[in-house]
Ligand binder design. Structure first.
Ligand SMILES: Nc1ncnc2c1ncn2[C@@H]1O[C@H](COP(=O)(O)OP(=O)(O)OP(=O)(O)O)[C@@H](O)[C@H]1O
Length: 269
């Protein structure tokens, strides 16, 4: 199995607040990984660091994507830009350009593969336009291809963002709380798509989720953060109610996962 993400000794501090503490993590091709943890535990910062949107503290060792270092200590490497085309990022707030059509937004996924002036003038080759329309068909949004993105619902925009990652032909999808702003039916559709892309295309998916029951039912592997440290890294079925209470600090809102899951929190490392 090829290594998609390899992180060693990742520390990240904002001001005096150390948000990530000595994160060590390896994720292989084809894994579907759910990142969980209470609000402020560092999930977004970890995803943003993997995506290269945050630089690590100088005390850190490395982040490698597809075995190439993207960050060494406090600096991004020269491989970082070329590797970005293989990494699709999906944010909670969809990140589509509202005044552009959905199709143009999806084609933006091809910019990493094209000279940028072509993108500026919307000169995408026919083959790429077909690819984008196929991606929109896959997420059931082809009828909206020419609609202004700002007029689409949140769930529709998120499916558009997934189509953009498909058009990009991303080998790794990083999804930062992709369903946090969606109703249950739209959340289900988005999670179905991410699981399908993982199952059918073998794309590695790392998704941070507030809803641990979604994470434990949709992902094979769970990584749990507490105060910037990995406190659980293992199979979704290995998490017990006690683990979740410890993780979130309160019993309220925690669903009954069954008494047959007694595995204690494993200290990763
Ligand atoms: N750019 C920043 N500047 C200063 N502090 C930041 C910055 N980004 C994040 N933080 C802080 O880092 C900590 C972790 O934030 P992060 O967004 O990674 O947590 P999270 O687990 O994703 O939380 P949530 O589930 O609420 O989104 C928080 O205390 C947050 O205030």
């Amino acid at each position: 199995m090829d290594m998609v993400i390899d992180i060693e000794g990742l520390n990240k501090t904002f001001g005096k607040n150390q948000v990530l503490k000595n994160i060590n993590l390896k994720i292989q091709t084809g894994e579907m990984v759910g990142l969980i943890g209470a609000s402020g535990s560092g999930k977004s910062t970890l995803i943003r660091s993997i995506a290269g949107l945050e630089t690590m503290d100088h005390t850190s060792k490395h982040i490698k994507i597809f075995s190439e270092p993207t960050q060494l200590g406090h600096r991004r490497t020269s491989s970082y830009r070329s590797l970005r085309k293989d990494v699709g990022i999906i944010f909670q707030q969809f990140n589509l350009v509202g005044r552009l059509s959905l199709l143009t937004n999806v084609l933006i996924g091809r910019l990493a593969h094209n000279p940028s002036w072509k993108g500026i003038f919307k000169l995408f080759p026919k083959a790429e336009r077909i690819k984008a329309l196929q991606a929109l068909e896959r997420v059931n949004m082809v009828d909206y291809a020419h609609q202004r993105s700002s007029t689409l619902s949140g769930g529709q925009q998120q499916r558009g963002a997934i189509a953009r990652a498909l058009t990009q032909e991303a080998k790794l999808i990083l999804a930062d709380e992709p369903i946090a702003s969606l109703d249950p039916a739209s959340s289900d559709r988005v999670m179905n798509l991410l699981c399908d892309i993982n199952n059918q295309d073998g794309t590695t998916v790392v998704v941070s989720l507030h809803q641990f029951e979604v994470a434990t039912t949709r992902c094979d592997r769970i990584i749990a953060l507490r105060d910037g440290e990995i406190v659980y890294d293992g199979k979704a079925c290995g998490i017990s109610n006690a683990d979740l209470i410890e993780l979130y600090g309160v019993e309220e809102g925690i669903c009954n996962l069954g008494a047959e899951r007694p595995t204690p929190i494993m200290k990763a490392g």
